[in-house]
Write a protein that binds this ligand. Structure first.
Ligand code: AMP
Length: 606
C-alpha cells in the first residue's frame, strides 16, 4: 500500500508532508522548495506551468497567470466573493453554464477545480519523485469555514489530479494536531489562521489524545492578498499624485506592483522601513517613469489596520459559540504566513490577552497536521480521536422562503438528521426539497447546495406517504442525502441537482483532457530539449569554426556558415522539421571540422 500524503492546498502556497517512521517530513517540490506557489500559467504555446516557474513569468504574462484560484473554488459567479475577487484578479473570470465562476485563458475556460487539479497533480508528482513511489491517497486541508460546495469542489480537484482524497481536514484542526502531537500542547487552544486568502479561527480542546473542535468561525474573504492590495492601492495613488498617471488599468504594471507590494509587506515583518523601486513602470510624452517609494512599518500598519481589526469579530464569535471567555484559552497558535506581520501579532495579543505562539513554522504546520491525519487514517498513529464541527448550519427551505434548520453550526461531525416528508395533495407523486447552508433565516441569503425531488411516490391520499429523508454531514464536512419509504422500508429514489460544481461526467472529461495535455506538454518539453541541444551545437561549431575553419576549403566553409544560419532560423521559427534536419546537418558538418582539428591539433589559425 502506498503512503498517504498530507496536502495544505493554500490560496497562495501549498505544502506537502508525509509521515516517515513516526515523524512528519515536508516533501520538497521538483525545484527543492518546501512550499509551492498555487499558481498556474498558460504560455502562448499552450504549455501549463505550475508553481515558482508560473509565478515568475506572471509579470510578463499576467492575463494568463492564474493565482488565488482557491478564492473562486465552489463559488457562484454572482456571489459577493466572486465579484470582489474579480476586482483584484488580472485574469478573466467568466460565468459557467451552472452559474459557477470559471477562469478564461487563451479563449478556453477552466473550472477552478481543474486549475486546482493541475496544482495538485504537480504536488503529487513532486511527492512521487521525492518518495520514489506512486502516490494515490491524500488528505487535503481546507479553511474551516468552507461550505459544502467548496469542500466538494476541493475533493473533485483531487480526483482530477488522480488522487483519492481520504479526508478533507479543516486547516486549524490540522494545525492543532501538529501542536498537540509535536509540542505536546493540551488544554483549551485557539488557532488563529491568517493565510493568503482566508481567515479562520477555531477553538479546540486537547486532552488525553482527544482533539475536540469546540467552535469555529472566520472570513473566507480576508487574507494576505488583501494586505498586498492595501499596499498596492497606496502605491498606485502615490504614483498618480506624483505623475498624474493611473496605473490601475495597466495589467502588466499591476502585476509588477503586486509583486513589489507583497515583497515590501514581507520585509516589514522584520525591518522598520523598506524601499520600493520599480524602474520603467510607465511612460508619457516626457519619457519613462520610475516608481520609487519608501514605506515605514508605522505607515504600513495604518494601511492594514482595518483589515487586521476585521479578525476581531470572528474571534469573538468563536469564543461566544464555545461559551468561553478569552481568559479560558490556554494557548493561542498562529498559523498562516500572514501572521508574521507584527501588527497581526499585536492584535491577537489584544484579543486573547496573551502572547501568541509560533513555535512551528506557520507555512508548514497545516501540511504537517495533514500528514498526521494521514497516519491516523492508516492506523500508524493510534489513540488519537479527532472530533470536528460543521462551520455552517444546514437547513431546508420552507414556505415563504424561510429556512428550517436541521443541523446547527458547530455541531460535531459526522452527524445526521432525519425528517419525515409527506404529500400535500392526493395522488401526488413527487416532492421538491431545497437544501441550503448558512446562518440566515431567509433561504435566499444562504448558500443553495442542491435541490432534490422525491420521485415515484406511491399514489395515495394526501398525508399518507411517509418518506424519511436523512441529511448527513460526513467527516469531510460534505453533505449527503438519502431517503426511505417508511411503509416498505425501501430506499426511496431521489433526484439531486447540485446547484454548483462538476458532474462525474465533467470530471472524467477534465481528467481525459489533462492526460492529453500532459502528452502535449511532454512532447513540447522534448522539443525544447532538442532546441537546446541545437543551440549548444551552434555554439560549439561557431567556436571551432573560428579557430580551425580556415583549414577548410571554400565550399566547406560556405556549408558551415549555411548550416549555422539554417539552425538559427529553425530555432527562431520553432519549426520542428527544420530543427530535426539541422541537428542532422550539424552533426555532419561538426564531423568534418573535428577531422580538421584531429589533423591540426593545437594549430588553430586565425
Ligand atoms: P499561506 O496561505 O499560509 O501560505 O500564507 C501566505 C500569505 O502569507 C501570503 O499573503 C504571504 O504574502 C504572507 N506572508 C508570507 N511571509 C510573510 C512575512 N514574512 N510577513 C508577512 N506576510 C507574509
Amino acid at each position: 500500500m502506498g503512503r498517504t500524503i498530507g496536502i495544505d492546498l493554500g490560496t497562495t502556497n501549498c505544502c506537502v508532508c508525509v509521515s516517515e517512521s513516526g515523524a512528519q517530513t515536508v516533501t520538497p517540490n521538483k525545484e527543492g522548495s518546501r512550499t509551492t506557489p498555487s499558481v498556474v500559467a498558460f504560455t502562448d504555446q499552450d504549455e501549463h506551468l505550475i508553481g515558482h516557474i508560473a509565478k515568475r513569468q506572471g509579470v510578463t504574462n499576467p492575463k494568463n497567470t492564474i493565482y488565488a484560484v482557491k478564492r473562486l473554488i465552489g463559488q457562484r459567479y454572482d456571489s459577493e466573493s466572486i465579484t470582489r475577487a474579480r476586482e483584484h484578479l488580472a485574469y478573466e473570470v467568466v460565468c459557467a453554464d451552472n452559474g459557477d465562476g470559471w477562469v478564461k485563458c487563451h479563449e478556453k475556460v477552466y473550472s477552478p477545480q481543474e486549475i486546482s487539479g493541475m496544482i495538485l497533480r504537480e504536488l503529487k508528482e513532486s511527492a512521487e519523485e521525492y518518495l520514489g513511489e506512486e502516490v494515490i491517497d491524500a488528505v487535503i486541508t481546507v479553511p474551516a469555514y468552507f461550505d459544502d460546495a467548496q469542500r466538494q469542489a476541493t475533493k473533485d480537484a483531487g480526483a482530477i489530479a488522480g488522487l483519492e482524497v481520504k479526508r478533507i481536514l479543516n486547516e486549524p484542526t490540522a494545525a492543532a494536531l501538529a501542536y498537540g502531537l509535536i509540542e505536546g500542547f493540551s488544554g483549551m487552544v485557539a488557532v488563529y489562521d491568517l493565510g493568503g486568502g482566508t481567515f479562520d479561527v477555531s477553538i479546540l480542546e486537547l486532552a488525553n489524545g482527544v482533539f475536540e473542535v469546540v467552535a469555529t468561525s472566520g472570513d473566507t474573504f480576508l487574507g494576505g492578498e488583501d494586505f498586498d492590495n492595501a499596499v498596492l492601492n497606496w502605491m498606485v495613488e502615490s504614483f498618480q499624485k506624483e505623475t498624474g498617471i493611473n496605473l490601475r488599468f495597466d495589467k502588466m504594471a499591476l502585476q509588477r506592483l503586486k509583486e513589489a507590494a507583497e515583497k515590501a509587506k514581507c520585509e516589514l515583518s522584520s525591518v522598520e522601513e523598506t524601499e520600493i523601486s520599480l524602474p520603467f513602470i510607465s511612460s508619457d510624452n516626457t519619457g519613462a517613469k520610475h516608481l520609487n517609494l519608501k514605506l515605514s512599518r508605522t505607515h504600513f500598519n495604518d494601511l492594514i489596520r482595518e483589515l487586521v481589526d476585521r479578525t476581531r469579530q470572528p474571534c469573538e464569535a468563536a469564543l461566544a459559540a464555545a461559551h468561553l471567555n478569552e481568559s479560558d484559552i490556554d494557548r493561542v497558535l498562529l498559523v498562516g504566513g500572514q501572521t508574521r506581520t507584527p501588527l497581526v501579532q499585536d492584535v491577537v495579543q489584544d484579543i486573547f490577552g496573551q502572547e501568541p505562539c509560533m513555535d512551528l513554522n506557520p507555512d508548514e504546520v497545516v501540511g504537517i497536521g495533514a500528514a498526521i491525519q494521514s497516519s491516523i487514517l492508516e492506523g500508524e498513529i493510534k489513540d488519537i480521536v479527532l472530533l470536528d464541527v460543521t462551520p455552517l448550519s444546514l437547513g431546508i427551505e420552507t414556505q415563504g422562503g424561510l429556512v428550517y434548520k436541521m443541523i446547527e453550526s458547530n455541531a460535531n461531525i459526522p452527524t445526521q438528521y432525519s425528517q419525515i416528508f409527506t404529500t400535500v395533495s392526493d395522488n401526488q407523486t413527487t416532492v421538491s426539497i431545497h437544501i441550503v447552508q448558512g446562518e440566515s433565516e431567509i433561504s435566499s441569503n444562504n448558500r443553495s447546495l442542491a435541490r432534490f425531488e422525491l420521485v415515484d411516490l406511491p399514489t395515495a391520499p394526501k398525508g399518507v406517504p411517509q418518506i424519511e429523508v436523512t441529511f448527513e454531514i460526513d467527516t469531510n464536512g460534505i453533505v449527503k442525502v438519502s431517503a426511505m419509504d417508511m411503509q416498505s422500508g425501501k430506499a426511496q429514489s431521489i433526484n439531486i441537482t447540485p446547484t454548483s460544481g462538476l458532474s462525474p461526467g465533467e470530471i472524467e472529461e477534465i481528467i481525459a483532457r489533462a492526460e492529453m495535455n500532459r502528452e502535449h506538454d511532454e512532447k513540447r518539453k522534448e522539443f525544447i530539449r532538442k532546441m537546446n541541444k541545437l543551440e549548444g551545437m551552434i555554439h560549439t561549431l561557431e567556436k571551432t569554426n573560428a579557430e580551425y575553419g580556415s583549414y577548410l576549403n571554400e565550399e566547406e566553409q560556405g556549408r558551415v556558415k549555411e548550416t549555422i544560419a539554417d539552425a538559427r532560423k529553425a530555432i527562431n521559427l520553432e519549426d520542428e522539421g527544420m530543427v530535426f534536419q539541422s541537428l542532422d546537418k550539424m552533426a555532419r558538418v561538426s564531423k568534418v571540422l573535428s577531422e580538421v582539428v584531429m589533423f591540426n591539433p593545437g594549430k588553430s589559425k586565425e
